[in-house]
Ligand binder design. Structure first.
Ligand SMILES: [Zn+2]
Length: 208
């Protein structure tokens, strides 16, 4: 009886050992892969509603201030050297608009896709970008909603490219009165996936 059990176990031993080693290796390899990339999360909450006044004045009261977060995003965008592509359902924040204009004036190829309804609702802001020569597009149909919120830049140079995406619209409301999040990364797979969807939308949308 015991002999039969042992005879069954012995041939299976290398397989079990290989399974254990593989499991540990894959686990290790996965951590290594994550470690190669930059990942950063920013969370926004209703607690920042007190910082609306700071946002109007563009002065940060602390690192927990909404202005601090907005300027962080705006400054990060200003690093772009070649191109910046943004899909933003609602885009009204002054610091972000200023960064887009700054980049365009410095020869960076800036392309923006906004939601048609929101772009017309905040026509003054979208027109400001358009008047500066920035290409702004919206979906052709009023029945559809362009709900994406992401931005990537410098895909031309893997060492420089960055992406941020999440639930946040770049608006005063978004950074001070909602629970929202953004993830920043230089993960090339993620950036390429966003590039695919951006280019496809760019073909399907029309100029504002
Ligand atoms: Zn503040």
């Amino acid at each position: 009886m015991y002999f039969k059990i042992i005879m069954c176990i012995i041939p299976a031993t290398p397989l079990v050992l290989w399974g254990l080693v593989k499991r540990h290796y894959v686990k290790f390899d996965r951590f290594k892969a994550i470690d190669k990339y930059l990942y950063e999360c920013k969370f926004f909450s209703v607690e920042k509603s007190g910082c609306r006044t700071h946002l109007y004045r563009s002065v940060s009261c602390s690192h927990k201030c909404a202005v601090y977060d907005v300027l962080y995003i705006a400054d990060m965008m200003r690093v772009a050297k070649y191109s910046l592509n943004m899909c933003m359902c609602i885009l009204t924040n002054e610091a972000i608009l200023e960064s887009l204009i700054f980049l365009h004036n410095n020869g960076v190829k800036v392309r923006v896709i906004m939601d048609r309804g929101m772009a017309f609702h905040e026509k003054r802001k979208a027109m400001r970008l358009k008047c500066k020569g920035i290409l702004v597009k919206v979906q052709k149909s009023w029945d559809e909603i362009m709900h994406h919120k992401f931005c990537y830049f410098d895909i031309e140079e893997p060492g420089r490219c960055r992406l941020f995406f999440g639930s946040l619209n770049l608006t005063l409301q978004g950074v001070t009165s909602n629970w929202e999040y953004l993830i920043f990364t230089n993960n090339l797979y993620m950036i390429n996936e966003h590039k695919k969807i951006f280019e496809s939308l760019w073909r399907e949308t029309e100029l504002f």
